[in-house]
Design a protein around this ligand. Sequence first.
Ligand code: F0G
Length: 536
Amino acid sequence: MNPEIAEQDLAEPYLGGLLASLGLNVHYSRAEKDTLFFRDDTGHEVPVLDLVGGYGSTILGHSNPEIVGYAKELLDGGVPVHAQFSKHPYANELAQKVNAVIRREFGTDEPYSAIFANSGAEAVEIAMKHAEFDRVARLAELAGEIDENIEQARAAAAGGAALARGAAYDRLAAAGGVAAGAPLDEVIAGIRRANAPRLAAPPVFLAPEGSFHGKLVGSVQLTHNPGFRTPFSSLAAQCRFVAVHEPDALAKTIESVRRTVFDLAVDGGAVRVVERGLPAVAAFVLEPVQGEAGIRVFDRETAERIRQACAAAGIPIVVDEVQSGMGRTGAFFASSHLGLQGDYITLAKSLGGGVAKAAVTLVRGSRYRKEFELVHSSTFAKDAFSTSIAVRTVDLLEADGGRAYRLAAERGSRLADMLRGLQREFGTVVKDVRGKGLMLGLEFHDQSDSASEVIAGQARTGLLGYLLSGYLLRVHALRILPTASAVNTLRLEPSVHFTDAETDRLEAGLRGLLTVLRDQNGAAFLPTGPAGESAH
Ligand code: F0G
């Protein structure tokens, strides 16, 4: 190969440059529990305490020995990774185990069918796709009913029933171009003309403001951050983002997207034009704890309001547990704390035990359309390796009467107490500490008016969080990243094995960072050290 090309960085070269400028371009060569290791220039292995945890994928720690041992066993035994279109008992075992957890945490007997995927965004898109499949089927049923009603109206008219006028007739006249006093056949043609585009119109999705559900073509439309979403708006169905904490907001949004079709009804010897609602909203999609929005925990009251509004309008709820699920918040499903049982539930990230790429979409039995299985598949999904690893991961979480959930709650509250202590000590710098279990956020006050040009400049471009990450890594060997859509919030998602000693180490590093920020000591953030800019 041309040596010049060989030297070029071709794997996301722009991002590589950005990481370098922030001091984050470290090549980690080994991972264990909550530590990642890199080798310094002398070849010495340097441990870095990892609070990113694969963006929430390592609830059981990096390279968990039981998972790694099982993975080796599977591979040594020649596990058939590729045996598509055959029987997959391990996939069924996973579905059964997750269903047992659903029964326990939600107190329901209704089974959920499982559809498998490879990533969080894919699991979300399966929910979107199934919800649309279901909506289209319901629209077809509605169109069939209208056809039947039209036939009944024709028969009634043949028997002498008159065509009555009313408000719906007048709206049809306006929408369908039917002239006043037109005969029934023309009215029927007008109904078909007016209904066709309404039945064919794309669906609307609803989601709370701040939502993040992935970056594929469909899921990115459910991701509120306009930087991620708007360049691709014309590629997929649109989402309306709702200020769900305002009591009337959801009901108003549902009303604003309401669509109707025209139908005919025979009553009291007359044929009448009537209007019927159609399912315009494919689904309401939410995270029980918003991750990318800066770790924002839903409250029970808001969840109940959403449940009621969606039930009244017949809208299915997709609960995205990709980040919050798998025990992280002290229960397998974060939504179980809210008493919010989704019609769809998505899992990914930690489902793969920190080793495999695994994701699943669970669909409530009463919503499930089995024909979906014939129109959806993926080469890699449901393979024996990832599914078996997921089974073992669920087993490890469930072991000892759910010890992992108790650990998540207890380790999480220890961490949160420590962070709240820092908030009291550095109130001018720390704005808020939020979260549940091992999904925590530490929010800083806006620094764009900082006396330090380095701090203010990065804050204005939205990169302050990453600047802080670079500092924590370089000076304190801590790996902590901000949430991408709430850039003043650092997120902490360690494993259930995070120790007291690690909490103390984290506290010392964060105290160092907060001291630098309180003193507006921008020079400390420059990789070259104090020779650079100084705030004073
Ligand atoms: N849903 C939620 C709630 C997520 O947090 C993510 C990813 C996804 C879906 C998409 O999953 O990356 O496997 O396709 N969150 C990452 C994060 C990117 O930074 O928290 P994916």
